[in-house]
Design a protein around this ligand. Structure first.
Ligand SMILES: Nc1ncnc2c1ncn2[C@@H]1O[C@H](COP(=O)(O)OP(=O)(O)OP(=O)(O)O)[C@@H](O)[C@H]1O
Ligand SMILES: [Mg+2]
Length: 250
């Protein structure tokens, strides 16, 4: 396998968070070493490679470290130690509403995003047209985003994320926002992106059915560690295996 075939490579990646007693301590902790804190490891020693065109489900209980891993792939968070390599344009269907300026209209926020990506004027015009059409929120597109319902914000966010024509698509199922009709529209869009040749998919879900429908491979996280990595059915079997009940003392 040549290095160009690798879409994502994690090498001994740890992500550590510090928990302070309260916000004041958190702030003081930035300046002083003498403020007490607890450490939690959201990811521990993750090592794996994902090849271009693979679709991989990330499976695990609440708090297992799935979203943390995705955030590091998309560059929203950075590892405390270890190395991450990402080759290709990443689009993330998570935290869809992050990064909007509430004082600007939906249309202006789309244009801003286009500028941020370094698009040409004509490309921004195309982006705006596509996103406005897909989001389909009527006259609100020209109102400040602070007046939007959360579903409307999510519509604009999804429409922008989906417009990128990504090489690596990261989906966190937690995007269960929007009404039924819009969710179905999102599902169709995701399937359309997935059908594109050589797109790499990282998919976090608690649904075994959607994991099996979308992915060939499954990675199971347990308490931040990689507990299983293999074919999707085997990964689901591992995740759903009967666990030992703690034995009561006496
Ligand atoms: N910013 C943060 N500060 C402190 N702890 C955090 C932070 N983000 C995540 N954590 C902790 O890291 C661990 C992993 O969280 P993460 O969100 O990655 O889990 P998850 O697998 O996505 O869970 P879920 O299925 O509930 O979405 C949890 O214990 C969580 O409390
Ligand atoms: Mg999560």
């Amino acid at each position: 396998m040549s290095p160009e075939d690798i879409a994502i490579q994690f090498r001994h990646v740890y992500k550590r968070y510090r928990l302070y007693r309260n916000n004041k301590h958190r702030l003081l902790g930035i300046f002083s070493k003498h403020i007490a804190y607890k450490e939690v490891f959201a990811n521990r020693d993750l090592t794996f490679a994902i090849t271009r065109g693979e679709s991989v489900a990330i499976i695990g209980k609440n708090g297992a470290g799935k979203s943390t891993m995705l955030k590091m792939i998309t560059g929203v968070a950075f590892p405390s130690s270890g190395k991450i390599e990402v080759n290709g344009r990443v689009s993330a269907l998570l935290e869809l509403t992050a990064g909007f300026d509430p004082e600007f209209t939906g249309r202006e926020n789309i244009q801003l995003r286009g500028q941020l990506w370094g698009l040409e004027k004509s490309e921004i015009v195309t982006l705006e047209k596509e996103v406005v059409e897909f989001a389909d929120i009527g006259v609100y597109i020209d109102q400040p985003m602070r007046t939007y319902s959360s579903g409307m914000k999510a519509r604009v966010g999804f429409a922008i994320a989906a417009s990128i024509k990504p090489e690596i698509l990261v989906v966190d199922e937690a995007l269960a926002v929007g009404d039924k009709a819009f969710r179905e529209k999102c599902d169709r869009k995701i399937k359309e992106i997935m059908a594109t040749e050589n797109v790499t998919i990282i998919f976090v879900t608690h649904s075994a059915a959607s994991a099996e429908a979308v992915c060939q491979r499954g990675i199971v996280l347990e308490k931040g560690k990689l507990a299983f990595d293999g074919p999707i059915r085997a990964a689901l079997d591992f995740y759903e295996r009967p666990q030992e009940e703690p034995v009561a003392a006496g």
